[in-house]
Design a protein around this ligand. Structure first.
Ligand code: GLA
Length: 400
């Protein structure tokens, strides 16, 4: 009896160790996918989610690397007598397992949302006190990703609350990406590295480029400014999350959406589209599926870009890539065009403890929106960047 108990304990520890190992090796590059919140809010249903999975495949988003289909708030309605979480039977009549199976049948992964508090932000049942029960349930349904919010937290310590769900996911028997949505209030970059795979660094994004008036949300520039100083906390398996994408939702110009996407790529941010994938116009599709910009985001080195030069209205962001390549993004924050004239030879870049000059070796420069090589760092770079626009380049060392 004692022997078999010991054997059982050993087997349990080995299998838990296995899941822990799998958990730790998830999200080696920033997660990519789609989330229902920015466009649909509480108006979610199994039909919508299935259609979005179909559209992810048909639109070329899947080919471009998008993988997770995530239902945000409002899928849950109550707990049953045993305390199990119950999906809204009117909106999800086939149940979550069937939905997960459908998403998996498309070669995609399934994400879900809950909250560390007693209720979600929309007042649905939260996971507080039910963490292990919920994690087990998610694993049974076939969930691959959990976004975990911070409303109704009732004074809990953030690190402890998120650790509980992290432990529950590790014990659930299924590798599940853990996305902390604590809005940066308790500086999760300081403590969440071994708890989850990504953590929000800001309050909720709004569909505007420069939201000077802060009405409970922030725009692209305001979020960007809050990322300065956070690069050292990101790397394979653990990412700063400046919130989901607004591209295609109509509040910004095409130039601004290109900047939004370029900057999120530079930040090694998770790329979670937040628009209606079923009817994207050509410009939205072009932006979201720009494979050269995505490659900067997904670079295996996993380095988050830094603001290298701050000239007030104009900035230069730099991201180290593998094989000594670099991404450089020139940002024009103001409304007027920027007549840029940049002399590479006068620049030495100090990044991640390394000094990088642009003359030894020289680099060729590719414009990642025009998809053209536009010169080398031997010459001065002169370009006009429109108001709120970027020039996004990939620099490749010339062969010696
Ligand atoms: C919070 C989160 C959002 C979204 C909503 C849902 O505001 O930060 O991303 O999940 O809750 O209620």
């Amino acid at each position: 009896m004692k022997k078999s108990l010991t054997l059982f304990m050993i087997l349990l520890m080995v299998s838990m160790g296995g899941y822990t190992q799998e958990f730790d090796s998830l999200a080696q590059t920033p997660p990519m996918g789609w989330n229902s919140w920015n466009k649909f809010g509480c108006d979610v249903s199994e039909e919508l989610i299935r259609e979005m999975a179909d559209a992810m495949v048909e639109s070329g988003m899947k080919d471009a690397g998008y993988e997770y289909v995530v239902i945000d708030d409002c899928w849950q309605i109550e707990r049953d007598e045993e305390g199990n979480i119950v999906a809204d039977p009117e909106r999800f009549p086939s149940g979550m397992k069937a939905l997960a199976d459908y998403i998996h049948s498309k070669g995609l992964k399934f994400g879900i949302y809950s909250c560390a508090g007693s209720k979600t932000c929309q007042g649905r049942p939260g996971s507080r006190g039910h963490e292990f029960q919920d994690a087990r349930q998610y694993a049974q349904w076939g969930v691959d990703y959990l976004k975990y919010d911070w409303c109704y937290n009732e004074g809990q310590k953030a690190e402890a609350a998120y650790s509980t769900m992290s432990d529950a996911l590790r014990a659930s028997g299924r590798p599940i990406v853990f996305s902390l949505c604590e809005w940066g209030d308790n500086e999760p970059w300081e403590w969440a590295r071994d708890i989850g795979h990504l953590w929000r660094t800001t309050h909720d994004i709004r569909d505007c480029f420069d939201c000077k008036i802060n009405w409970g949300g922030v725009g692209v520039l305001q979020i960007l400014d809050q990322q300065v100083g956070l690069a050292r906390y990101a790397g394979p398996g653990h990412w700063n999350d400046p919130d989901m994408l607004e591209i295609g939702n109509g509040g910004m110009t095409e130039t601004e959406y290109k900047s939004h996407f370029s900057l999120w790529a530079m930040l090694a941010a998770p790329l979670m589209a937040g628009n209606d994938l079923r009817n994207m116009d050509a410009s939205t599709t072009e932006i979201l599926t720009n494979k050269e910009v995505i490659a900067v985001n997904q670079d295996p080195l996993g380095r988050q870009g830094i603001k290298y030069l701050d000239m007030g209205a104009h900035e230069v962001w730099v991201k180290l890539l593998e094989n000594d390549e670099l991404a450089v993004c020139f940002l024009n924050r103001e409304d007027e065009p920027w007549e840029m004239d940049y002399d590479w030879q006068r620049i030495t870049l100090y990044h991640g403890g390394r000094a990088v000059g642009f003359d030894d070796p020289w680099f060729t420069m590719k414009d990642l929106w025009k998809h053209e090589v536009i010169g080398t760092t031997r010459e001065r770079l002169t370009e006009t960047i429109p108001g709120h626009g970027v020039l996004m380049l990939r620099l490749t060392p010339e062969k010696q």
